[in-house]
Ligand binder design. Structure first.
Ligand code: 4AD
Ligand code: MG
Length: 468
């Protein structure tokens, strides 16, 4: 076969260089046609759209074409022509075809008919080849780019925080331990506690639940930073919104108070959503048509209005009022309760009909590092609540007072010896500062309209599931 450099399908579909000979490579979605002529729908992942390859059967022979079935990988040389058929602008009249790899229809699991999302999760190694997951993963990439652009353009520095850590940032005891100790022969002290002296790090270590604590160290030097990396939580919640391994973006800004932090969060999410509309419309349109006819409207709707800013206490009052008027919730609502997704969604979808930033939560249900309000009951927390998702961002202004922070950490069972270095930022040149964490997959749920978080990350990690 003549060697011609490859053109991506996304570029060919925009081309009008009719008559030129080109090469395309990709995976066969379908092959159909008559005794004389076949049409191969080829996809190379560069776009949701397939390229039509027109094949003269006599020229290639039935036997040669036989293994070109759904899933096979081929390289095609041919002439770019204006398409006669409807549905596409260009097609390729094949002159040479090389078969790279076949996919036996008897065993290849991805035949052309629609598959359930549950089934596709069982073949997560192949699901990127479907239209749906191609779209989702292209959008995922684009959102990552948008995030870096947003912060870079505003002078934030991308700061890499460690993945292995000895401190539990959220203090929720949901960490995966990292050890090289022989689990069959653990040394224990007289109290029955495991002795870590001989472990790799000489102390108990885990996978991080958040890069925030180290991010704060950086913000107190570089001014404004963000992290973007994997985080791990051993929370045994088998819900469509929780992963054991998820990606989080955590900006942290010196001199920001909670109001500026809220504005940053709102601007940030809106920038990402606008980016998706501007750069991923083919994929979003596909997902809109396939799964969720309201997807595009919902994205535009969030872009249109200012997010509501609402103190927790007000939120509880609204929810209690709803209950009094007969609205039923599964979980009880009272001042001091942590909101369930159903409560968050009530406020956003039914009451305000736009995203809500809920602030000033009771200190008992939030982490030790949040700035304490003068009322001694609440902290300067801010959760951004979204339609369909519930909490998409969690953040706060940070407690900058050394004694207050240290006392609160102690009360919440975070020992000095684990966070002495974090406390040092409040001993040396402390300053007001704030930050938040956006769950990357929660953002993707919103942008793609997928209903399960397992379907917006390539290889989900959830309870009892670490395949692939
Ligand atoms: O509210 P969280 O726990 O906040 C923090 O971790 C802070 N350290 C952030 C900060 O202030 N720098 O988590 C932040 C966000 C949540 O709002 C949610 O979007 C996402 O992370 N998240 C999860 N996403 C998927 N699976 C899970 N198990 C998640 N837990 C939290
Ligand atoms: Mg939270």
């Amino acid at each position: 076969m003549e060697k011609i450099s490859r053109t991506k399908i996304t570029d060919l579909l925009k081309s009008d260089a009719f008559g030129t000979t080109v090469n395309v490579k990709g995976w066969v979605r379908t092959r159909r046609g008559s005794k004389q002529i076949n049409f191969i729908a080829l996809n190379d992942g560069s776009t949701i759209h397939n390229l039509q390859i027109v094949v003269d059967i006599e020229k290639f022979g039935e036997d040669f074409l036989k293994p070109i079935t759904t899933g096979a990988c081929i390289s095609v040389n041919g002439t770019l022509t204006a398409s006669q058929g409807s549905g596409q602008k260009v097609e390729i009249q094949a002159s040479e075809i090389e078969i790279y790899g076949t996919a036996d229809p008897a065993t290849y699991p991805l035949q052309k008919k629609g598959h359930s999302m549950e089934f596709l999760r069982e073949i997560a190694h192949l699901r990127p080849r479907t239209n749906t997951f191609g779209a989702v993963f292209r959008i995922r990439h684009n959102m990552a780019i948008a995030i870096h652009k947003f912060f870079h353009e505003r002078g934030f520095f991308y700061f890499h925080t460690p993945i292995i850590t000895a401190s539990d940032c959220e203090g929720a005891g949901q960490m995966f331990q990292v050890t090289t100790l022989n689990l069959y022969d653990l040394k224990k002290d007289e109290n029955g506690s495991i002795v870590y002296d001989n472990d790799f790090f000489g102390k108990q270590a885990s996978l991080t639940v958040s890069g925030q604590l180290e991010g704060e160290l950086a913000a107190m030097a570089l001014g404004a930073i963000y992290t973007f990396g994997p985080t791990f939580r051993a929370e045994n919640s088998n819900t469509p919104r929780h992963l054991a391994e998820f990606w989080m973006i955590e900006p942290e800004v010196a001199f920001y108070e909670i109001e500026e932090n809220m504005q940053l969060a709102e601007d940030f999410i809106k920038y990402c959503l606008q980016w998706a509309l501007d750069n991923c419309m083919d994929d979003i349109q596909f997902l809109n048509d396939m799964f969720d006819k309201e997807l595009i409207n919902r994205i535009k709707f969030v872009l249109a209005d200012k997010f509501v800013r609402l103190p927790y206490t007000e939120g509880i009052r609204i929810l209690e009022e709803a209950v009094a008027k007969g609205r039923k919730f599964e979980f009880p609502i009272f001042w001091g309760a942590d909101l369930a997704a159903e409560h968050e969604r009530y406020l956003v979808e039914e009451h305000f009909k736009r995203p809500v930033i809920l602030t000033d939560y009771p200190k008992e249900i939030k982490s030790f590092y949040m700035k304490q309000n003068d009322d001694k009951k609440t902290v300067r927390a801010m959760d951004v609540l979204f339609p369909k998702i519930g909490e998409i961002i969690g953040g706060s202004q940070r407690e900058e007072d050394y004694e207050k922070l240290r006392t609160r950490a102690k009360e919440m069972g975070v020992p000095d010896k684990d966070i002495w270095w974090y406390l040092d930022t409040r001993r040396f040149g402390t300053a007001p500062h704030s930050g938040f964490g956006l769950g990357f997959e929660r953002l993707l749920l919103f942008v793609t309209g997928m209903s399960n978080i397992r379907d917006v990350i390539p290889f989900p990690r959830t309870p009892k599931n670490a395949e692939f």
